[in-house]
Design a protein around this ligand. Structure first.
Ligand code: CAO
Length: 430
């Protein structure tokens, strides 16, 4: 058999005419013991009005804007056998003064002899980033605490008078979870949003999926890897002469050999000499996994953003085959037709901006690879020969590496090896 009980405003300690600022239940709702039915607010604090029993709401007697006092009827509840026949909410503490320094002010504990009555809690007064003092109801504070959210980190509450609502907490959590910094647990605060229209006309465009994914990946690497970039340059005059001679002998419609193909071969030779460059750290950071294969990723600039097709077994292929594969893969990349498998399994990546320009840059490692080679534009430069200057075609090279795996000396030796192969590609035969 069920019975009906009335939930009334408890003794509030000589405070009367308190505003109802939120009604959280409707007729027909099933409520649990201690579930907040409504929220009251004085000029000093907010308080939850909890239900003293579990049951079904048959009538709600208050609405937002009402003024209530001790004994005001809040709701009528249909309860099962086990519930008490009637209940009045337990006397609550007087609202905490705004100046109260404690972040959470709890009402006095309910005596054990008075069960099924939830203690009313006085809202915390928090100072947000704007220096304002918005309120949060105990239920919102509890919700925030359960999620580990520090309310003062939320820029502003969207409730009346800047009060924090549950939705503010939810939105904050969503925003934090979506940020790459959170994905890595860095706890780095996000860049605040700016309304640029205050400075002039603007237009918003959605980022491509590739750009969004690349951005997340780059941020993750940037935050996780201690990166060092080492710069140098090498005389590629002889290599260029050979490349031109090779291309001159090709059929008109054959794919031309670009310097990048030689750089791929030279890079693999240097990786064979320094196997740490062809490794990955295990996820727990305890082991190095050395790869016995040599797959090279090539960063390709496409209208939709940066993609990195992987050319497999570079050590086993000749320059013509590599040229044809690079041409095919970069074309597929530009058309957005690469398959996921075409972009997997890379050992080290080359980012070549040489066709565009540049003197140096700091490429970001394509983790779990441990290093990346950056290439910018070769140009004629005067190089001192001991007695005078010789004109040399100098190619700038940049190697970024994960300093947990590769130390500075090894990085420099790797670069020397790479330069020796590019400076005299006959060494690739040795
Ligand atoms: N110095 C001087 N000239 C160079 C050069 C260099 N380092 N690298 C390329 N060139 C020349 C080529 O020889 C070619 O000259 P010709 O037109 O006279 O034959 C011209 O520049 C264009 O080369 P390319 O860029 O088409 O060919 P590539 O093999 O060098 O590069 C690819 C292929 C796919 C890497 C390139 O097209 C590309 O997309 N580069 C951008 C990569 C990128 O965005 N990196 C940034 C990633 S990090 O954000």
């Amino acid at each position: 058999m069920s019975s009906v009980i009335e939930i009334k405003v408890p003794d509030l300690g000589n405070v009367a005419d308190i505003d109802i600022i939120e009604v959280l239940v409707n007729v027909g709702d099933q409520v649990a013991v201690e579930q907040t039915l409504a929220v009251m607010e004085t000029d000093k604090a907010t308080m939850d009005l909890p239900s003293s029993a579990a049951g079904k709401i048959t009538q709600v007697h208050i609405k937002v804007g009402d003024k209530v006092t001790e004994g005001t009827l809040i709701a009528t509840l249909e309860v099962g056998d086990a519930a008490p026949a009637a209940a009045v909410a337990e006397p609550a503490a007087a609202p905490a003064p705004v100046a109260e320094p404690a972040p959470v002010v709890e009402a006095p504990k309910v005596e054990a002899a008075k069960p099924a009555v939830a203690p009313a809690q006085v809202a915390a007064v928090v100072v947000n980033n704007n220096g304002q003092k918005p309120h949060a109801t105990p239920s919102v504070r509890l919700f925030a605490r359960e999620l580990g959210v520090d309310l003062s980190k939320i820029p502003a509450g969207s409730g009346p008078k800047g009060r924090y609502l549950k939705d503010d907490v939810k939105n904050f959590v969503k925003q934090v979870m979506a940020s790459p910094a959170t994905a890595t647990g860095s706890g780095i605060p996000s860049i605040p949003a700016v309304d640029f229209t205050q400075f002039g006309e603007v237009e918003e465009k959605q980022l491509s999926k590739i750009k969004r994914l690349t951005g997340q990946n780059l941020t993750r690497v940037w935050l996780n890897l201690p990166l060092v970039t080492y710069h140098d340059e090498v005389d590629i005059g002889a290599m260029e002469d050979f490349r031109k001679a090779v291309n001159a002998g090709l059929a008109k419609d054959a794919v031309k050999v670009t310097g990048l193909i030689f750089i791929m071969k030279a890079l693999v030779a240097a990786m064979q000499k320094y196997p740490a460059f062809n490794s990955s750290l295990s996820a727990d950071g305890e082991k190095l996994i050395y790869k016995k294969y040599f797959h090279i990723g090539i960063a390709v600039d496409t209208p939709n953003g940066l993609v990195v097709p992987v050319i497999r077994d570079v050590d086993k292929k000749g320059i013509f085959q590599l040229s044809a594969e690079l041409a095919e893969k970069s074309e597929l990349a530009r058309q957005g037709k690469l398959k996921p498998a075409d972009m997997q399994g890379g050992c080290m990546t080359i980012s070549s901006l040489g066709g565009i320009g540049g003197t140096a840059f700091t490429p970001i490692v394509n983790a779990p690879e441990v290093a990346i080679l950056g290439v910018t534009r070769a140009k004629m430069q005067p190089v001192w020969n001991g007695t005078g200057f010789d004109p040399k075609l100098m190619l700038p090279l940049d190697i970024s590496y994960d300093h947990r795996v590769i130390d500075g000396a090894e990085g420099a030796r790797f670069m020397e090896a790479l330069k020796s192969y590019l400076g005299d590609i006959r060494r690739l035969l040795l």
